[in-house]
Each structure stands twice: as C-alpha cells, then as structure tokens.
Unconditional design. Structure first.
Length: 317
C-alpha cells in the first residue's frame, strides 16, 4: 500500500516491496541477537521475561519507521514528464490547500510506529490477564477399561508438565485385544522450557534405545466426529509399539503444530488462557500393525468422552 501511494513507476514500487521483505528479516535477526546479548550482559536480569517483547518490538518499530522515512526520499509526487497537466486558474490555485508529500509519508510512518509500539503493551496486559495461578488438578480418567500392567518402558520426552496422567488399560470384554497406554500431559502458564508445542518435545530421546519410524498423519472416526492424529512406530530391542497423539487446546483436538499454535493465539487474544494438553496413546504389536490400531480405536470410542471431561474440568479450576 505504501509503495502504491508513494511511487508511480513500477520499478520503484517493486524495489520498495523487495526492501519491505528483506529489511524485516534482517531486523528480526538483529532483534534476536540484541535480546540474547542484553540477557547475557545483564547476568540474565534483563530481557528474560515480558520485557524482551517490549525491547524487541520497540527496536523493530524503529526499523520500520526508518524504512518508511528513507523510502520517502524517492517518492514520486507528480506524473511523468510526458503527461501535460491541464491549465488551472490562478485564483483556484491560490484557494487550494497546500499539500505536502513528505507530511503524508511521515504521518504514515508515525502511524505504523505507533501501532508497532502499542503491540508489546497489549501483549504484556494480555499475559498478565490470562495468567492462572491456580495449580492444575487432573484427576484419574473414569474409563470403562480396567488398569493393566505396563507393556513398555517407553515414555514421551516432553517438557515437564503441570499435571500428568500415565496409565495402561485393558478391555476386560475382549481379552484378545492389545492393551493401551494413555499419557496426558497438561500445561498452564506456558513459557520457554515449559510449552506444549515445542521443537524440543519429542517422542524419543535423540540418543537412546527407542527409535521413531514411519511418522504420518491420519484421521480416525470416533463416534460422530473425525479426530486428526499423528501416528508413529516406536521401535526398540524390547519390542515395537504404535503411538497416536494429538493436542487438546481451547476445547479442541488438533494434530498440527501450526494449527495448535493458531488455536493458542486465538485463546490468548480472547483472554481464555493458554491451557493445553498432549494426548498420547500407544499399543504393542507384532507383525500386524492393525492389531494396535484396532485396540487404540476401540479405546478412543469407549473413553474419549471421559478424557475430554477430565481435561475440561482441569481447565475450569
């Protein structure tokens, strides 16, 4: 929009749009480096909390202001020389208000800077307003299956959660069905090092006896709804298990990290907090992977409602 209003020639518009892509990328890298160095040089006393958002956005806003201001030096106020302007009566020229191209540029840049500077204040207020100091109470799940002995030493390698449930279940009505292990990891007041969705959250350790194979996305029909899941095979010398997992965020199940982040942002903006949980199921199998899928599919059909009820109750605390 700025390029369209400020320039008339296509090359200048294209050059400014290219700068508008490259400058924020470079500025964001400098912002991240600046935040790290402020924290390091202050002995981790500054730029380690919400204040790092304020420092970063003020710097980023200053860079954006400079980009628009410098871009205004090459503005094109008049059409090309080949366009002949119609004659205008001098009395009309005298009565017409004076306009200033530079004034418009500065006003636009100031508006962008004001909006950019306002955002960290909004983020700070939102963070304070959505923080929930109450401890998470995640009770045992009222499943229709009975508890059973563990069949594997595997456990997800996620950041420490505020509350967890870890239990193995068996269907007493179908003794030939594989047991199913349930893991619920519930997070509240998330931050770096304690987040539901993070690149450091993995199914297995990087250097360990368990190895992840064949990761994929799949949809399962549970009752009258479709449930998106992430599926992986976890292999070890002790045996093979199949893992299904997804996230529960703002009352919805989602398998995608990006979709989960969007739900988290939406919940925060609507002042509904950042509570969320990881739901992981696993079942052993030998040879036929459908054996594990049937067991977990049956477990979800019988107990997903109870799991959801427990999650909703935990969020309400």
């Amino acid at each position: 929009l700025y390029a369209y209003l400020t320039y008339r020639s296509t090359p200048r518009r294209a050059l400014f749009m290219l700068a508008a892509v490259l400058v924020p990328i470079v500025a964001n890298g400098l912002r991240a480096y600046m935040i790290v160095m402020i924290g390091h040089l202050s002995g981790m006393q500054l730029a380690v909390g919400v204040d790092h958002i304020i420092y970063g956005w003020v710097f980023f806003g200053l860079v954006m202001f400079l980009m628009f201001w410098i871009g205004g030096f090459w503005r094109e106020d008049q059409p090309g020389d080949d366009v002949i302007a119609p004659a205008v009566d001098k009395s009309m020229q005298a009565s017409a208000p004076a306009t200033s191209g530079s004034g418009g540029v500065i006003a636009m840049a100031a508006a962008v800077l004001a909006c950019t500077a306002l955002w960290p204040l909004v983020a700070y207020f939102n963070d304070r307003a959505t923080t929930n100091p109450a401890p998470v109470r995640l009770g045992q799940i009222a499943t229709t299956w009975t508890t059973a002995p563990a069949f594997s030493a595997w456990a997800p390698r996620f950041a420490p959660a505020d509350a967890t449930v870890s239990q193995v279940y068996a269907d007493a009505g179908a003794t030939d069905r594989a047991p199913v292990a349930l893991s619920l990891l519930y997070y509240r007041n998330q931050r770096n090092g304690k987040a539901l969705i993070s690149s450091t959250n993995r199914l297995v350790e990087e250097e360990g006896s368990f190895h992840v194979l064949y990761p994929a996305l799949r949809d399962e029909t549970v009752g009258q709804r479709s449930l998106a899941l992430r599926e992986s095979t976890v292999n070890s010398p002790a045996g093979t298990i199949l893992v299904w997992y997804c996230y529960w965020i703002d009352g919805q199940f989602v398998a995608s990290n990006y979709g989960g982040k969007l739900l988290q942002a939406k919940a925060k903006l609507l002042f509904r907090g950042d509570d969320g949980a990881a739901l992981l199921l696993s079942a052993p199998y030998t040879g036929d992977v459908e054996q594990a899928r049937r067991a977990m599919r049956s477990f979800l059909a019988d107990n997903l409602g109870a799991i959801e009820t427990a999650l909703i109750a935990a969020k309400a605390n």
